[in-house]
Design a protein around this ligand. Structure first.
Ligand code: GSH
Length: 174
């Protein structure tokens, strides 16, 4: 039996994606919440990006690559289907989820259309983070502003095609 550990910020959709892969494949794993303010739990990786998946002594990152890795190590219940054409279709859907669906949510956190909704969402996220790893109350209060300014989110959103409205991007993400 392999030792599987998933490390991630409690609010990361990419972490939830990999957690879903593991659950779908019935692979027992330990989840270690990572503190986004000071990610000491993944210090051993020398970087800050989650999800990080550790299987026995090896660790890797990037949700799509992690799905491919899981299928290689645990071929039961393949995530990528049973033939080339299924695999290509599934990878296309996965790319849409990663690049559009998830990024639509990130975009709403950066481009506040309704201030109170954005604040409320930010505070809800801070509660989820605090449930995993404790963060000070004043940091929780400021969380919507940290998310709005978070470099990796701002960078990802800056590459988005803005022709589609946020409302339309989020239609499928409620
Ligand atoms: N392409 C990556 C994206 C992962 C990602 O952007 N993770 C965010 C959390 S949602 C992160 O760790 N950001 C912190 C950073 O990159 O410094 C994946 O699919 O896993």
């Amino acid at each position: 039996m392999k030792n599987v550990t998933l490390y991630g910020y409690p609010t990361s959709p990419y972490v939830i994606k990999v957690g879903s892969f593991l659950k779908y494949k019935n692979i027992p794993f330990e989840y270690i919440p990572v503190n986004p303010v000071s990610p000491i739990q993944i210090k051993f990786t020398g970087q800050r990006q989650v999800p990080v998946l550790k299987i026995d002594q090896e660790w890797r990152k990037d949700s799509t690559q992690l799905g491919i890795w899981l299928d290689e190590l645990f071929p039961e219940k393949p995530l990528l289907g049973n033939n080339e054409s299924d695999r290509n279709a599934i990878l296309l859907i996965d790319k849409w989820v990663s690049d559009n669906l998830i990024l639509g949510k990130f975009r709403a956190a950066v481009e506040w259309e309704k201030t109170w909704d954005a604040l409320r969402n930010g505070w809800l996220l801070s509660r989820a983070v605090n449930n995993g790893t404790k963060i000070p109350l004043f940091v929780r209060m400021l969380w919507p502003f940290f998310v709005k300014k978070a470099k990796f989110i701002v960078d990802m959103v800056s590459h988005l095609d803005k022709k589609e409205s946020i409302a339309s991007m989020l239609l499928f993400y409620t």
